[in-house]
Design a binder for this molecule. Structure first.
Ligand code: UDP
Ligand code: MG
Length: 304
């Protein structure tokens, strides 16, 4: 059995060696082979140098995927999954906030339970600022109302998956990737376990409020067609407003030239928005097709 640990790294020079030591301490005594896949996501510090040192040193199998520039954590996860050889694969941050012991625990659960395809760790108690936590809770509420799949709040990308799930994720070809949605979309039997996140070992978080908002917006656009439904709703509202306006003015008996202008404007807005909403139906269809998602995903095929 091979276990792959995929570690996205962006300016983590101070964390590479401690991460490697920690992983070795936890996994060296296991009854299986493991590989560390460090994805250097265009770091401008000595991250690549540190990883190369580990490759030279040996002791554990280390692979470095060195990006030509910063493509983002989602791209790093995809690259790691694409290059991993494991029967099981873990995604784990390179800053030691997510303890490798928890990854081992998740792997053990998967090995014990053949019916389970993925174990995902969620933070028992968030260590981030309460405002950020509040925004994240709000985001999950919104996206769960809008999206076609259910997003488990707090479910991170810190998880261990079986090969069948890794292959399913790789069959999702979209370029703007939103892992939380992809994990939910591909399905499979997932178990959730709590864990306590540590403080970052070295360096700083790469997420700003702006990038978190952009990421949340990407998630909503990728997994819900609700935004494209807005012109349809606006069109309906315009028609209703036009009719209500007409009735009120006629009842009051003051349907003058100004009223005609307002009525015609509301009516025409409704007509134009209706046209836009029809275009949006086709746009949504072609957007869905362009993502080339699989038509179905098999969990298993059984026969006698
Ligand atoms: N990361 C990455 N590319 C990026 C941003 C982050 O590979 O563009 C990595 C980063 O090096 C870390 C992980 O993703 O290993 C999580 O990032 P971070 O610790 O900044 O996020 P936080 O824990 O604050 O949510
Ligand atoms: Mg972190």
């Amino acid at each position: 059995m091979i276990f792959s640990l995929i570690i996205p790294c962006y300016n983590e020079e101070g964390n590479i060696r401690p991460m490697f030591d920690e992983v070795r301490r936890v996994f060296d005594s296991g009854d299986f082979e493991y590989e560390l896949i460090f994805v250097n996501d265009g770091s401008s510090d000595a991250t690549a140098k540190e990883i190369k040192k580990l490759i030279k040193e040996g002791g554990a199998k280390v692979v470095m995927l060195d990006f030509s520039r910063n493509f983002g954590k989602e791209a790093a996860i995809f690259a790691g999954l694409e290059h991993c050889k494991g029967d099981f694969a873990a995604i784990i941050d390179g800053d030691l906030q997510q303890p490798p012991e928890v990854a081992l625990k998740m792997l053990e659960i998967l090995r014990e339970k053949p019916d389970c395809d993925c174990v995902c760790a969620y933070q028992e108690k968030r260590i981030e600022k309460s405002f950020t936590s509040f925004l994240k809770r709000g985001f999950y509420k919104i996206i769960n109302n809008l999206a076609e799949v259910n997003f488990v709040s707090d479910a991170s990308d810190f998880r261990v998956m079986r090969r069948n799930m890794v292959d399913a994720i790789l069959s999702m070809h979209e370029c703007v990737r939103f892992s939380k949605g992809i994990f939910a979309w591909v399905g499979f039997h997932t178990e959730f376990i709590p864990y306590k996140a540590r403080e970052r070992n070295a360096g700083q978080t790469k997420w700003s409020m702006r990038s978190l908002f952009r990421y949340a917006f990407d998630g909503i656009v990728s997994f819900s067609a609700s935004i494209l439904k807005i012109p349809g709703w606006l069109s309906l509202m315009s028609f209703i407003a036009a009719i209500v306006f007409l009735i009120v003015r006629l009842c009051r008996g003051d349907f003058n030239e100004v009223s005609v202008a307002i009525f015609v404007t509301l009516l025409m807005s409704g007509v134009v928005l209706f046209g836009v909403s029809i275009a949006c139906v086709y746009l949504n269809r072609s957007y869905s097709e362009s993502k080339r998602r699989p038509i179905y995903i098999l969990r298993e095929k059984d026969k006698n």
